[in-house]
Write a protein that binds this ligand. Structure first.
Ligand code: TXA
Ligand code: MG
Length: 341
């Protein structure tokens, strides 16, 4: 049954606090993407998140906190070096997977004996978490399978009629979801790359990157259940072309019999916008500015749909630093259609 969805401002947080205390879901901004939050200690409230998103029940949620002391009730004994990661990267886009305590309902962990925890670096998220003073389970506030929302209007587009309130905090900063680091294996393992990079983590602790991050490996038992679902995909077909000759290859493909009659678009870096005559070209940002590119990516993939593109070609990037997160999302959005030129 449809309910009215209100968009509220950050000075009206009390409304959201009351709803969360009553076991309702609320969408709120973080520094990565918008989250769909509910009281992590209330099974019924968390079940609503899965219903609203159409999310498979075995895909666990990240628990959001505003204060490191909240970690203690959510976990059992963990490697003490994790404290250094919290010290260095929190608040920030790093979710830590730790052995969970019995306080965390199984619905949150998707049946696993671990829980992912993070402290978001966003004034509105932190204020909300502090006011409600509960750990808040929150996946990205999109319909399952769609690109994560980086603006309140994206959340409204996907979840209108399904949730009572969206807190509008403007466009999010990072634009890609947090780095997910499994701290229950040695070496620690990046299950999803994000704003806190492999290069930065390596300075604190030995880490490795899960093979599924950079390659299309078919894994029966992925370490992170989220890995097995196609993600971040617009309706348009996405084709990524990497390498120095990307513009030539994209033009060739776009004008080939397979695609020439379709509505075609390109996501290109600013320097290359002029290289695609006759196509709809969307600006990812300057080539060297990985953070700008990450922050625009989901918005542009959603724009490809609102324009009604049938196929969208995307210039690919190198896998270093934030490039690892960008390429990981493009790999998923394209169903691994990556061409090396
Ligand atoms: O930036 C973010 O992380 C955003 C904002 C809202 O905080 N949240 C987010 O949540 O992206 P979600 O649910 O869309 O993605 C969580 C990812 C999924 O891939 C899930 O499988 C993985 O984290 N995950 C969560 N708990 C896990 C656990 N205990 N073990 C392994 N993977 C886990
Ligand atoms: Mg998500």
């Amino acid at each position: 049954m449809a309910i009215e969805t209100r968009i509220i401002q950050p000075d009206e947080l009390e409304i959201a606090v009351q709803l969360l205390r009553q076991g309702e879901c609320v969408a709120f901004p973080t520094e990565t993407v918008y989250g769909l939050g509910a009281n992590a200690l209330n099974t019924k409230a968390v079940q609503k998140i899965f219903q609203v998103k159409g999310r498979p029940a075995d895909n666990p949620l990240i628990v959001h906190i505003y204060n490191k002391e909240q970690v203690q009730e959510l976990v059992i004994a963990y490697d003490p070096i994790v404290d250094q990661l919290m010290e260095r990267f929190w608040p920030g886009p790093l979710s830590l997977i730790l052995p969970k305590s019995d306080r965390v309902p199984t619905v949150v962990s998707g049946g696993l004996d671990t829980v992912a925890i993070r402290m978001p670096d966003h004034p509105v998220a932190l204020a909300l978490l502090e006011m409600v003073d509960l750990p808040i389970a929150a996946p990205s506030a999109n319909l399952s399978g769609k690109p994560s929302p980086t603006r309140a209007e994206h959340v409204f587009h996907d979840l209108q009629g399904r949730i009572p309130v969206i807190i509008d905090g403007g466009p999010t900063g990072w634009g890609v979801e947090s780095t997910v680091l499994d701290c229950t294996v040695k070496p620690f393992r990046i299950l999803r790359p994000g704003g806190v990079t492999y290069e930065q983590l390596k300075e604190v602790v030995p880490v490795e990157v899960d093979p599924s991050v950079n390659h299309a490996v078919v894994v029966d038992q992925p370490r992170s259940p989220g890995m097995k679902y196609k993600h971040y995909a617009p309706n348009a077909k996405v084709i990524v072309v990497k390498g120095d000759h990307a513009p030539q290859i994209i033009n060739q493909l776009a004008n080939s019999p397979e695609y020439q009659h379709l509505k075609r678009g390109v996501l290109a870096v600013e320097e290359n916008l002029h290289l695609y005559p006759g196509m709809i070209v969307l600006n990812l940002g300057p080539k060297q500015e990985q953070k700008t590119i990450a922050s625009r990516l989901y918005h542009l993939l959603r724009q490809a749909d609102s324009i009604g593109l049938d196929v969208v070609f995307v210039e690919g990037f190198t896998d270093d630093n934030v490039g690892m997160a960008i390429m990981n999302r493009l790999r998923r959005a394209s169903g691994n259609q990556i061409i090396q030129s």
